[in-house]
Structures are given as C-alpha cells and as structure tokens.
Design a protein around this ligand. Structure first.
Ligand code: NDP
Length: 271
C-alpha cells in the first residue's frame, strides 16, 4: 500500500457486510504498488445498502467494488449501468466519471476468463440460483453456451425462466450430459456439504468432463468428489482474480499485462 498518502492519492474501496475477509484490497494495492500508481484501496464496512452511493461520493472514492449483500442495491443506485450488468441487475464495480456513478458487473466476464483454460465448452450445468449463478448463467448464455440451472428450492428460479434459461429444482432435474458443472452455491464454503445429493452428483459427473467451484482457497466436497470421478477441476481463485483485474482496468483506464495479473495474484495469496 502507498505509504505517502497525499491530496493527489486516489482512493478506492470495497463495500460489503461483512467485508473484513475481503482479499480485494490486497489484490488492488499490490497492482497499484507494482505500477507505482499513487492510489490506495480500503475496506469499507457498510451495513445499510441504501446509503451506498452517498458513502461512495462523500468519501471521494474514484472507484469501488461492491460485494455481498449490496450488489443489487448498487445496481439500483447507479447513474449509468454498462453492459451485461443490465441483464444481471446487480453490479460489483463503481467508477466515478464527471460526478456520475457508472456501474459494471465484472463477475460475469471474470468467470468466463476463469474457465477459458478448460477449452471449448458447449453445455454447462450451474448449481445454485443466487447472485453469482445469475451472473454466470447470463455470461454463458451471451456466449451462446447452453445453460441449465438447478437449485435446492424453487424460490429463485423465476429470474432464469424470464431469461429463457432452463431451470429445475433437485426434484424435477433430469440427468443429461454436460461439459462443465459449476458449483455456485455456498455449500462447502463454511461447511462440508455438497450442493446436491451425492448420488445425483455422481450421476452428473459420470457424463461430464470439468468441474468448477466458485469457492476458493480450499478443496470443497464438490471438487473432491469431481476429482474422484476423474473430472478436471478448478476452484474460484481465478474468478476472483479476473473480476478484480477487469475492475482494475476500469479504475486505471489501462489494459493490464501479465505482470499486473501476477502482482494481483500474489496480493490475493498474501505472498
Ligand atoms: P447467494 O446467497 O446469493 O446464493 C446461494 C445459493 O446457494 C442459493 O441458490 C442457495 O439455494 C444455495 N445453497 C446454499 N446452501 C446450500 C446447500 N447447503 N446446498 C445446496 N444449495 C445451497 O450466494 P452468492 O451467489 O452470492 O454466492 C455463492 C457462492 O459463490 C459463495 O460460496 C461465494 O463465496 C461464491 N462466490 C465466489 C466468487 C469468486 O470470485 N470466486 C464471487 C462471488 C461469489 P436456495 O435458493 O435453495 O437457498
């Protein structure tokens, strides 16, 4: 982090509740330092999402990221929303431009970048129907990749129906072939749960090649089972990295090269 904060130092922040666990400051400060940019990126704990835009403007931030549970509020309060975020109806990045708040969703393209290493993917099963599932499903749909969503309950499925995305609950899901299975539920984050029943998942894995978990920094039961069934697996570290990288490019109006990617990865890992 910049040690000499002056009036010219640009300030950035991540808004969330909780926010203490966030790795975004480590990532962004590492990249600022690497490029000798006079900027600082802070954690901003925000309880009341309705105050987001005011807090952003009053603190004179040049840009910000927004995490759980404020992404939908961030969408509603932005002056202008760019790109796929309009479909997702949730944003994770704010930029201040001429006193206006411009908003983006970099989770969606960050996910697409993270699965590039799997090669040609045509058919994807997304487990979960929360905010992350929405971003992932719409990102895939825009790439003309066939998406099916399966969730524990039916309470969040309307969004996907409106977007013409096939969606089921565990009960009515029928087995199919998928290139890639994505866990976008929070199962495995703080517990040892699978995002679906073990027999159902085993059957899905029999007909799949790749498994991706949005959870990062640990091997979840989902990834462990996928590995056991012979699938190639990946955790959510690259998704976090690339959503951050895309936000960094928007903050700095630059195109980041590999050295920035590596600086951010080191920051994320605390190396
Ligand atoms: P939400 O709270 O919006 O949605 C959670 C979803 O998980 C719901 O569909 C819920 O089902 C389902 N779910 C929760 N617990 C279980 C369980 N035990 N078994 C099956 N389904 C379950 O969360 P988000 O979409 O914001 O986040 C989802 C995950 O993605 C989290 O683990 C988060 O940490 C991770 N994430 C990773 C990112 C990265 O960059 N790597 C970025 C963003 C998120 P129901 O509707 O039935 O309650």
């Amino acid at each position: 982090m910049s040690e000499n904060i002056t009036n010219n130092t640009k300030a950035y922040a991540i808004f969330g509740n909780p926010v203490e666990h966030s790795k975004s400051p480590q990532m962004h400060n590492s990249a600022f330092e690497h490029l000798s940019i006079d900027a600082v990126y802070k954690k901003h704990h925000l309880k009341d999402g309705k105050k987001l835009k005011n807090e952003f403007l009053n603190n004179l931030y040049s840009g910000a990221n927004i995490t759980v549970p404020h992404k939908e509020q961030a969408f509603k309060q932005a002056d202008e929303v760019i790109g796929i975020a309009n479909e997702i109806e949730a944003v994770n990045t704010y930029i201040k431009k001429d006193d206006k708040v411009i908003a983006y969703n970099t989770d969606a393209p960050g996910f697409l970048k993270a699965i590039e290493s799997f090669g040609d993917i045509k058919k994807v099963l997304v487990l979960g129907a929360g905010g992350t599932a929405k971003a992932i499903a719409l990102a895939l749909q825009q790439k003309d990749i066939e998406v099916t969503v399966v969730n524990r309950s039916d309470s969040k499925l309307d969004f996907f129906k409106q977007k013409n995305i096939k969606c089921f609950t565990w009960k009515d899901f029928r087995l199919d072939y998928f290139d890639l299975v994505v866990n976008s539920t929070s199962a495995g984050l703080k517990d040892d749960e699978l995002p679906m029943s073990k027999p159902q998942l085993e059957n899905v894995f029999l007909n799949s090649s790749y498994a991706f978990d949005c959870v990062y920094g640990k091997e979840t039961p989902f990834l462990a089972l996928a590995k056991k069934e012979g699938l190639k697996t990946k955790d959510g570290e690259d998704m976090l990295l690339y959503q951050g990288l895309l936000a960094f490019e928007l903050f700095t109006n630059t195109k980041a090269d590999n050295s920035v990617v590596e600086a951010m990865r080191k920051g994320l890992r605390g190396e």
